[in-house]
Design a protein around this ligand. Structure first.
Ligand code: ADP
Length: 190
């Protein structure tokens, strides 16, 4: 049973690596970005609420995100563990996650951060924007906002896990397969 936080800026490759990790370890993928996009597609109230934040590249308010994650954890029966992707994105979310997991006698094994320089991120996000249909991938100003929000609000989450001895950084540039191997060697050390 592993509960892993896959961390990194927008465009770092969290989604790509999550897919491979799910297959290898049988974990449940919990991507808050994917969950919001699903709500958006289904036109739910939550989707409507999240829309303006997402389209501007800003963070959806903590209480909204935390409630959605809590529902997903409670609804997932017999999980062999979770890969948290795009969550927690603030220290308040990280604290709430610890609290939620403790109700199930669970905890985070570790945070694995994908390290990718900013210029590479910009190229990747724009490239993804050609096919992703995501408004936030296609506009320089929105991409800038997301990177700034990451640096200002999300980066402190790494310190939160580092202070618990649970932080590990991996080089996120190079072959997808090599990055995957590096991640699995961290997970296999838990
Ligand atoms: P990326 O990592 O490429 O920026 P995501 O798919 O993880 O994209 O998230 C898309 C958008 O959804 C974010 O820019 C934000 O508006 C919203 N979002 C996703 N996860 C969170 C979160 N944990 N807290 C607040 N907002 C979030």
């Amino acid at each position: 049973m592993y509960n892993i936080v896959l961390f990194g800026p927008p465009g770092a490759g969290k989604g790509t690596q999550s897919e491979k990790l799910i297959e290898k370890y049988g974990l449940t993928h919990l991507s808050t970005g994917d969950l919001f996009r699903k709500h958006l597609g289904e036109g739910t109230e939550l989707g409507q609420l999240a829309k303006k934040y997402m389209n501007e590249g800003r963070l959806v308010p903590d209480e909204v995100v935390i409630g959605m994650v809590e529902d997903k954890i409670n609804d997932t029966k017999d999980a062999r563990g979770f890969i948290f992707d795009g969550f927690p994105r603030t220290t308040a979310q990280a604290k709430a996650l610890d609290e939620m997991l403790s109700h199930h006698n669970l905890e985070i094994n570790g945070m694995i951060a994908l390290d990718v320089p900013e210029d590479v991120l910009r190229v990747r996000i724009k490239e993804r924007g050609k096919t992703s249909n995501r408004a936030d991938d296609q506009d320089d100003e929105k991409i800038n906002t997301r990177i700034k929000v990451y640096l200002d609000e999300t980066l402190p989450v790494a310190d939160y896990y580092a202070s618990q001895g649970k932080f590990k950084k991996i080089n996120g540039v190079g072959e997808i397969e090599q990055i995957f191997l590096d991640i699995t060697s961290v997970i296999d050390s838990y």
